[in-house]
Design a protein around this ligand. Structure first.
Ligand SMILES: Nc1ncnc2c1ncn2[C@@H]1O[C@H](COP(=O)(O)OP(=O)(O)O)[C@@H](O)[C@H]1O
Ligand SMILES: [Mg+2]
Length: 227
């Protein structure tokens, strides 16, 4: 079977002035379609950097990233953006909604970028699915943290992504709200067969996935089944 994500001998070194800092060092990972994977590790261990490289937001120093049948290294910025629009979903710790757009408009954007005619009805259905039917016309500032994260969840799933990257999606939410956002992520993952890669500090969340990859100092130190 073709891997959903394949990372080979990946390294990332940041250079500023005469200093260089190796943040990821020879990472090798292969993830199957439909798998749900947690990436855990201490702060500064390279989790966010790894996610950015896997999603084609940034380029590695050495090594390669394959996302389904695309080898990201060979693609231009525009080509990588097109793959992201079509096949990739994102959820960030700080939601990253557009403040001047309503909940509905935020969810419609990826669909409109693809020229989808039914953008409004698809976005409305997704917002209903995450329990925000009566918040369609609210702006992000008029929503609670948990509601904003549910909007970003609806947005992330709007293009029916093959793969979803979530970077500490519940890091800024209280326990009850985290629980409902997590349940939704896994429900949508199951429903749509989306491959799921979640960065988290929360071992309880990590244990709900199929596989836990642990980073430390830019290296994979464990790759195991959850408890
Ligand atoms: N753009 C950058 N330039 C220089 N150093 C960076 C940059 N982004 C991240 N780093 C460094 O890389 C290391 C790993 O960061 P990050 O991937 O955000 O870790 P994590 O998400 O695991 O907390 C940190 O030491 C951070 O300071
Ligand atoms: Mg991070």
């Amino acid at each position: 079977m073709q891997a959903a994500l394949k990372v080979d001998e990946l390294s990332k070194t940041y250079t500023s002035g005469s200093r260089s800092l190796t943040v990821l060092d020879d990472i090798n990972i292969s993830i199957e379609p439909g798998e749900s994977v947690a990436i855990v590790g201490p702060s500064g261990s390279g989790k966010t950097t790894l996610l950015g490289l896997c999603a084609g937001l940034d380029k590695p120093s050495t090594g390669s990233v394959h996302l389904y049948d695309s080898m990201l290294n060979d693609l231009s910025e525009d080509e990588r953006a097109e793959i992201r629009n079509k096949h990739v979903g994102f959820i960030f710790q700080n939601f990253q909604l557009i403040p001047t757009l309503t909940a509905l408009e935020n969810v419609m954007i990826p669909l409109e970028l693809q020229g989808m005619k039914q953008a409004e009805s698809i976005a409305t259905d997704l917002l209903e699915r995450v329990g925000l039917k009566d918040r369609l016309d609210h702006y992000p500032s008029q929503l609670s943290g948990g509601e904003q994260q549910r909007v970003s969840l609806a947005r992330a799933f709007s293009n029916s992504p093959k793969i979803l990257f979530a970077d500490e999606p519940t890091g800024n939410l209280d326990e009850d709200t985290s629980q409902s956002v997590e349940d939704l992520i896994f429900a949508l993952n199951q429903e749509k067969g989306t491959t799921l890669i979640i960065v988290t500090h929360d071992m309880e969340l990590a244990n709900k996935t199929n596989r836990i990859i642990q980073l430390k100092g830019g290296k994979v130190v464990a790759d195991r089944k959850p408890e």
